[in-house]
Design a protein around this ligand. Structure first.
Ligand code: IPM
Ligand code: MG
Length: 358
């Protein structure tokens, strides 16, 4: 049966990188019989411009109906002064919450050709392969109470709440352990249990769930140490499981280890494996519209989508192999300037990958 993919280009470089992923998907459709249909909808700043809100009901309807979603990026300086609920980022948080996409998988993998672009020494990052499993619909991002208030003496105060219920921790732990079973069988749970009650519960549930996965070892690390260890000796990690805010921070740090944040895909899954796929990088407004952004993170996100939600692994393999080959030929966008032989534009990168697919 034909699968329906919803494309949400969003803002900044989002439309440019989505266009290259679409080029790749169209090629697989036309030349290799990939059976998907695509539709577009607005999210983020562009949705605010066209519909007055960052996650309009039309978009929600299409998202619910789709088998999988591929998103570019949201946000830009022109929308920063908007009310909190109208900001582009709210669109992203809304679709994650409304579709219950609680499991965010962010691989940090070094491509051999790019190890030289990392801010760390080659031997520390060569062969790096970490999977960060970030809880995405809970924690301080969504916790109540939240808001601003004015105290009796007139001073203003603002607050958010980091809250996790047992069931929320349990389900993300199952994701992490099941992923680790297929990898190197090590889960490191990152928390701040020396200070936060919410982390005490996190740790307790992690230990409880780990009993169901005897082949996987569980360790714990405080988040401040985890970020230090990521920079000191990143290859000690296999799967990292952590809450929403800690995962946001750790995944940016891990991304940089691999050489370029422009290379990293991600998946956000619900309990049935339906998912939204997006590059880890943001909308990069400073380079938007210049045809210089690296589309590989989005193209690899499309590959992840084919593999994990749509069940088309053979097509995912084709994309991933083509990306590796193109990099091995020394072709890359400006962000990889330091290490590529041939610097290409966003569109040329998409073309090169299409040409290399076999
Ligand atoms: C991410 C981003 C988002 C987040 C922002 C844009 C809301 O940083 O996907 O990591 O904090 O989750
Ligand atoms: Mg982030």
């Amino acid at each position: 049966m034909t699968k329906n993919v919803l494309l949400l280009p969003g803002d900044g470089i989002g439309p440019e990188v989505i266009a290259e992923a679409v080029k790749v998907l169209d090629h697989l459709r036309e030349s290799y019989g990939l059976d998907i249909d695509t539709q577009y909808a607005d999210i983020g700043g562009i949705a605010y411009e066209n519909h007055g809100m960052p996650y309009p009901p039309e978009t929600h309807k299409k998202a619910v109906a789709a088998d999988a979603i591929l998103l570019g990026a949201v946000g830009g300086p022109q929308w920063e002064a908007l009310d909190y609920d109208l900001r582009p980022e709210r669109g992203l948080l809304s679709i994650r919450a409304e579709l219950d996409l609680y499991a965010n998988l962010r691989p940090a993998v070094t491509f051999e050709e790019l190890a030289g672009a990392s801010s760390l020494k080659h031997e520390l990052v060569a062969g790096l392969d970490i999977m960060i499993v970030r809880e995405l619909t809970g924690g301080i991002y969504f916790g109540e109470p939240r808001g601003h208030q004015t105290l009796d003496d007139g001073e203003r105060q603002s607050y958010n709440t980091m809250v996790y219920s047992e069931s929320e921790i349990e389900r993300i732990m199952h994701n992490a352990f099941q992923i680790a079973e297929k990898r190197n069988k090590r889960v490191c749970s990152v928390d701040k249990a020396n200070v936060l009650q919410v982390s005490e519960l996190w740790r307790e549930v992690a230990i409880r769930v780990s009993a169901e996965y005897p082949s996987v070892s569980l360790s714990h690390m405080y988040v401040d140490n985890a970020v230090m260890q990521l920079i000191r000796e990143p290859k000690q990690f296999d799967v990292i499981v952590t809450g929403n805010l800690f995962g946001d921070i750790l995944s940016d740090a891990a991304a940089m280890l691999t050489g370029s944040i422009g290379m990293l895909p991600s998946a956000s899954l619900d309990a049935n494996g339906k998912g939204m796929y997006e590059p880890v990088h943001g909308s990069a407004p400073d380079i938007a519209g210049k045809n210089i952004a690296n589309p590989i993170a989005t193209i690899l996100s499309a590959a992840m989508m084919l593999r994990y939600t749509l069940g088309f692994s053979e097509y995912a393999d084709k994309i991933e192999n083509a990306v590796k080959k193109v990099l091995a030929e020394g072709i890359g966008t400006g962000d990889l300037k330091a290490i590529v032989k041939t610097q290409v534009t966003t569109q040329e990168m998409g073309d090169s990958i299409v040409k290399t697919i076999v």
